[in-house]
Design a protein around this ligand. Sequence first.
Ligand SMILES: *[C@@H]1O[C@H](CO)[C@@H](O)[C@H](O)[C@H]1NC(C)=O
Ligand SMILES: *[C@@H]1O[C@H](CO)[C@@H](O)[C@H](O)[C@H]1NC(C)=O
Ligand SMILES: *[C@@H]1O[C@H](CO)[C@@H](O)[C@H](O)[C@H]1NC(C)=O
Ligand SMILES: *[C@@H]1O[C@H](CO)[C@@H](O)[C@H](O)[C@H]1NC(C)=O
Ligand SMILES: *[C@@H]1O[C@H](CO)[C@@H](O)[C@H](O)[C@H]1NC(C)=O
Ligand SMILES: *[C@@H]1O[C@H](CO)[C@@H](O)[C@H](O)[C@H]1NC(C)=O
Ligand SMILES: CC(=O)N[C@H]1CO[C@H](CO)[C@@H](O)[C@@H]1O
Length: 496
Amino acid sequence: MRGAAFSLLPLLLFSYESSAVKLSIQRPPKAGGKGLRPPKASTDVNNNLINKSNERYTANITISGRVVNVALDTGSTDLWVMPPEGLPSFNDTHLNATLRYGDGSDFVTGDIGVGQFELSQYTIPFQAFLNVQQAADAEQPDFDDGIFGLWGLGFNTPGSSGVNDAVQQAFGTNANWGQSVLANIFAANPTGDDYIGISLSRDGDTGGTSDASLTISEYDSDYQTVANSPKVPQTPVNSGAWTVTLDAMSVGGKKISWPSTMKEAPAGKNIVHLDTGTTNIMMPAAQVAAIYSSIPGAVLSPDSLIPQTKFSTTYDVWVVPCNASVNVVATFGGVDFPIHPLDVTDMQVVTSPDGRRNYTMCIGTFTDVGTIVEGASDALFGDSFMRNSYTVFNFGTGGNTKGNPFVQMLPQTDATKAAADATSVRTALMAKMPPEVSPLDLVKIFNGTEPSGNTGAPAQGGSNGKSGGSTGGGVLSSTPSLSLAAAISLAVISFF
Ligand SMILES: *[C@@H]1O[C@H](CO)[C@@H](O)[C@H](O)[C@H]1NC(C)=O
Ligand SMILES: *[C@@H]1O[C@H](CO)[C@@H](O)[C@H](O)[C@H]1NC(C)=O
Ligand SMILES: *[C@@H]1O[C@H](CO)[C@@H](O)[C@H](O)[C@H]1NC(C)=O
Ligand SMILES: *[C@@H]1O[C@H](CO)[C@@H](O)[C@H](O)[C@H]1NC(C)=O
Ligand SMILES: *[C@@H]1O[C@H](CO)[C@@H](O)[C@H](O)[C@H]1NC(C)=O
Ligand SMILES: *[C@@H]1O[C@H](CO)[C@@H](O)[C@H](O)[C@H]1NC(C)=O
Ligand SMILES: CC(=O)N[C@H]1CO[C@H](CO)[C@@H](O)[C@@H]1O
């Protein structure tokens, strides 16, 4: 693996789309943390994920002797890091690579290194990673948040890992150090089942959200009953991604009509990509409209007329009264997964075009992204959905569960409790935030057809307090925009 020996290898360039969502896995805070449980004896990575404003879930890993906070991403496979201090010495393969994310405008580029990976009790002496030398501007918001890399928790199969494919091509199929981190961890424990369990917390939810955790080859002790959940198989098999069948979605108890674009989808059903690396939920405009058009007062803001810091600056977004009570349910394996109202809209603050007023607004977390997921799945179910399920991702590569990959999911949201919870959370938050006006008035203000400040418009969402947000709110347009690309996690690899 010493670099010099391989300096004459052909240059390989991967182009790989993935998500640079914000995940934050960290070791458990010392003490006094809300509802913290002692770490498990066998895996003190338990309860170790920390959300960053519901946008990213990250962990501190150690690579080549450097501690790096990396986002967790089930939507990609490779590990890349770009710590500001650089890395202590590592073995450089001199294989150059570019990993591309989302629509391709987001990228990281560098050389494939090999170093020791450490997380909790897991140590991989030789682990390939991308030592990033240059990153797209889209990565800057994550860097600003102290997130200096991405840890892919996806598949190691050919076509899913740019790093592994390049290493195998250059060094042969025995070069197992090019495998994903998870594949190498699993390989070190040949008798164990090859799965991970993920729980994501909901920042801002005072209603008793669980702590976030990642466990490897065991369940979080809080969710042991996930063992009884139906096995939802990867669909299509060998997609190289965590794509599964979605039985149905409903809003207010009414099924949403959603013809699949995927030929592999079972009749009347859809295929969705479960992706911790995507902040929101990306699905086609018609189905997004089916959800939000049922909410009194909600309006579609054409071409993202209203500047906002998350999700999409190039596609329409729904502006929704912050106190909207909406009951959205996704069904997997015959089991209903109610989606918490706090996950259906996201509270933000915007300044009027004339700079005179700040407004609180709520944006739909289900967003249309054009054709960006086309061909790979019907939708990308990111953190806004994943917070509502404890999910076990079983690779089917070892132990007693060898076979095709599957997931097991345990609902985390009680629709009735969540509705009450959402009202109290938003009421409390809204009391400290700028006023909300009706979505229609807000769109008019941003369209220049209505001045801010003296609209006299009744605040449909309730400037009297019924509103609020699950995310850090207070995010103003001065915050660098997360590009759409940064929120997507497709794994499409091409070699040049
Ligand atoms: C990789 O990129 C670096 C910097 O651009 C360059 O110096 C080096 O020659 C490249 N390596 C290969 C094998 O092409
Ligand atoms: C994660 O690493 C960063 C950088 O070294 C450090 O500042 C932070 O305290 C760490 N967090 C935890 C929870 O270990
Ligand atoms: C580089 O590889 C050699 C042998 O392949 C190994 O002895 C050495 O520890 C490695 N160095 C690092 C920093 O990983
Ligand atoms: C809007 O909020 C920002 C950030 O809190 C603040 O700096 C600014 O003065 C506010 N503008 C108005 C018009 O209230
Ligand atoms: C914005 O204003 C123009 C006219 O000034 C109007 O044609 C258009 O429909 C408005 N759009 C919205 C979303 O209000
Ligand atoms: C939201 O607030 C508005 C204005 O205060 C009110 O008319 C409406 O009933 C509220 N909706 C819900 C679901 O509480
Ligand atoms: C519910 C929960 O775990 N919230 C946490 C989200 O992450 C922030 C730090 O970014 C913590 O302060 C919250 O406790």
